[in-house]
Design a protein around this ligand. Structure first.
Ligand code: DSN
Length: 421
């Protein structure tokens, strides 16, 4: 139970009231707002305890049994637990649990598999890709030759025939699949077939859908991809961090590109948090949680469509959806909608939609996801209420009276579904 409930002063509250007051404000913000950012979640008290633990005190460069520092016995124990649990969760041949983030996981894979100047075929950022999939001024775009595929202009889903055509035309050394803003299921087997035809490596970045993949509610790329990377804090509901899985034949290269290739000392407290989160994900309740994420996403999508919103590709197969504001609120930018919604306590992010004509800082879309609301225990009825609140807020264009009314409804909803501390 947190100290603001018990009234007890924590060591931080006593030592540094200035920092503590910011912590309290953030705790209050998270408690009293609806988190619809598709890549965020609320971790369990056990994960929080691990990340805030004495494991932060230790250097452990190297790997279990082969460290460059003394005193690593418990570091080995915790890293081995994290590895064993990740292996059980995803059924991978090899796992590296040290990447500090998804970006660093992707960087280590590229460095293990490619030479600077090699070609990567990947999804365009403005069609749902990620910075590390070759964005022009990201390290990936600077170091490698990038060819992008997009979604189909009509269906707004991947056109596998076109991706095959691009693959044969450009002969990439690696095909990257996976996305940050793609509401449909990804056919990893189809990507693997194309990669095999041109003798390219395949990397799947499952950062968004990792929790769904872990419980079999989204196809897994693990059997067919050379490399699978993920963050651990989205649907997987662990600490903010990264992970690489790969075939055994790539294990030595991946490990050496994580350490010493891209990182020094691993964040052992975060690896401890990953061990705890993977343990939670192996419990039967985690599948029920992921199933509810999907039911909630479907309900939210249906309720938005009933209110005349257009969703990219017409709906969702996963935990997120992309709202195309041009359909019913043509003059409203994603940026304006995000700001109005934040004032009512509904937290979302503006997002480019495929073939968007607005700039990334403005956008014509919003990305909405259900992992965090589902963690709070909300269900389909709440999703329908929230769709109405989103519509009311955008329609009112920031009108103060509407914002006040919606803010109060949001607070009530949050009070009914407190976050576990
Ligand atoms: N920035 C993340 C997201 O919000 O999806 C991707 O890493």
């Amino acid at each position: 139970m947190n100290s603001s409930i018990t009234g007890a002063k924590t060591p931080l509250a006593q030592a540094d009231p200035e920092v503590w007051s910011v912590f309290e404000a953030e705790r209050d913000r998270q408690e009293s707002t609806l988190e619809l950012i598709a890549s965020e979640n609320h971790v369990s008290p056990a994960v929080l305890e691990a990340v805030g633990s004495i494991f932060t005190n230790k250097y452990a460069e190297g790997y279990p049994g082969k460290r460059y520092y003394g005193g690593c016995e418990q570091m080995d124990a915790i890293e081995n637990l994290a590895r064993e649990r990740a292996t059980a969760l995803f059924g991978c041949e090899h796992v590296n649990v040290q990447p500090h983030s998804g970006s660093q996981a992707n960087m280590a894979v590229y460095l293990a598999a490619l030479k600077p100047g090699d070609t990567i075929l990947s999804l365009d950022l403005s069609h749902g890709g990620h910075l590390t999939h070759g964005m022009r001024i990201n390290f990936s775009g600077l170091l490698y030759r990038i060819v992008h595929y997009t979604v189909d202009p009509k269906t707004e889903v991947f056109d596998m025939a076109e991706i095959r055509r691009l693959a044969h035309e450009h002969s990439p050394n690696m095909i990257v699949t996976g996305a940050s803003a793609y509401p449909r299921s990804i056919d990893f087997d189809a990507f693997a077939e194309i990669a095999a035809e041109i003798d390219a490596l395949l990397m799947a970045d499952i950062a968004h859908v990792a929790g769904l993949v872990a419980v079999g509610l989204h196809p897994s790329p693990v059997p067919v991809a050379d490399y699978v990377t993920t963050t651990t804090h989205k649907t997987l509901r662990g600490p903010r961090s990264g992970l690489i899985m790969c075939k055994s034949k790539h294990a030595a290269a991946v490990d050496s590109r994580v350490f010493p290739g891209t990182q020094g000392g691993p964040l052992m407290h975060v690896i401890a948090g990953k061990a705890v989160a993977f343990g939670e994900a192996l419990q039967p309740g985690f599948k029920a949680y992921q199933q509810q994420i999907l039911r909630n996403a479907t309900s939210l999508a249906e309720a938005l469509i009933e209110r005349k919103f257009r969703l990219v590709s017409g709906g969702t197969d996963n935990h997120l959806m992309l709202v195309d504001l041009r359909h019913n609120y043509a003059h409203v930018t994603g940026k304006a909608a995000e700001t109005w919604l934040e004032a009512t306590g509904i937290i979302v992010n503006k997002n480019m939609i495929p073939f968007d004509t607005r700039k990334p800082v403005e956008t014509s879309g919003l990305r909405l996801g259900t992992p965090a609301l589902t963690t709070r225990g909300m269900g389909e009825a709440e999703m329908r209420t929230i769709a109405g609140l989103i519509d009311d807020t955008i329609r009112s264009e920031g009108d103060a009276a509407t914002a006040k009314r919606v803010r109060s409804q949001v607070r009530e909803l949050c009070q009914q579904f407190p976050i576990a501390h």
